[in-house]
Design a protein around this ligand. Structure first.
Ligand code: CA
Ligand code: CA
Length: 271
């Protein structure tokens, strides 16, 4: 038997070790942050961030008041995680608060996960909202890098064009980062596939029944085609619903049921 630990293998091991070191080193690279006005801020801050229409959403704001778990006025909320498929969208709803009633929102998402909010990754640009509840549609690029990335929201009362790491100390502001998980649609293994629900008849001709094994309240039912395009979305309370054929052409679809933080997928054939 030959000795496996020859010089070539040692060299390979060394290269692997260096590569791992560089990768781990890279993994601790840090997002930069803006510089904020010092001291307390009762003038204008971000008081509520929620999402809807994603696979998992922020349903209860975690950011009430003027926060700062990294620096004063700068926070990263690692949970709850917003998750949605690449190529799909979700609704981001924000509301500022404060005595000034002046708020300008800016949002970036690090779509390529290089830990930099590139200027091309700005999805909301200096929109005046005052203290009103305001919603934005966030479209996830189909080529967004899969995995958990960050969304940055800055409310800068100064109202001038800013960058994600600008010096904002000329006026009041707040910066909040959130975790956003971009999911590959074909990554059905991310989901619980099993006998949580059944569809009958399957294949569907004119309509079928979706029967859950459990009662749900306000669960989301979404039908996707093979390319991950959303074909239908509805809410389900109870344990069954009728799926009408509607405009579905013959082919294979995925039916996804999302109930709070659990989700299940079944394949459905339309004849
Ligand atoms: Ca806040
Ligand atoms: Ca980036």
């Amino acid at each position: 038997m030959k000795n496996k630990f020859n010089s070539k293998n040692i060299a390979v091991s060394y290269v692997v070790m260096v590569a791992c070191y560089l990768m781990s080193n890279n993994a601790v690279a840090q997002y930069c942050y803006p510089t904020l006005h010092s001291g307390t801020n009762v003038c204008t801050y971000i008081n509520s961030v929620t999402t809807s229409g994603a696979m998992t959403n922020i349903t209860t704001p975690v950011d009430t008041g003027f926060n700062g778990n990294i620096y004063n006025g700068i926070s990263y909320f690692a949970t709850p995680v917003i998750s949605q498929y690449a190529g799909q969208s979700f609704t981001l709803t924000v509301q500022a608060n404060g005595t000034c009633d002046i708020a300008y929102f800016n949002v970036w998402v690090d779509w390529n996960r290089n830990e930099v909010f590139d200027s091309t990754e700005q999805v909301v640009n200096n929109v005046s909202c005052a203290n009103n509840v305001t919603s934005f549609t966030i479209n996830i690029p189909a080529n967004a890098v899969i995995g958990t990335t960050r969304m940055r929201i800055i409310n800068f009362g100064g109202g001038t064009t800013i960058g994600s790491c600008s010096n904002l100390n000329g006026y009041y502001s707040e910066c909040e980062d959130y975790a956003l998980k971009v999911v590959l649609f074909s990554g059905v293994n991310e989901l619980d596939i099993g006998n949580a629900f059944s569809i009958y008849p399957n294949p569907l001709t004119s309509s079928s029944t979706l029967q859950l094994n459990t009662q749900v309240k306000n669960a989301e039912v979404v039908i996707y085609d093979l390319l991950g395009k959303e074909m239908m979305r509805t809410k389900l309370t109870g344990d069954r619903m009728v799926i009408a054929r509607g405009t579905l052409v013959s082919g294979i679809y995925f039916v996804k049921v999302v109930n709070e933080d659990r989700q299940w997928v079944e394949k459905m054939v339309v004849e």
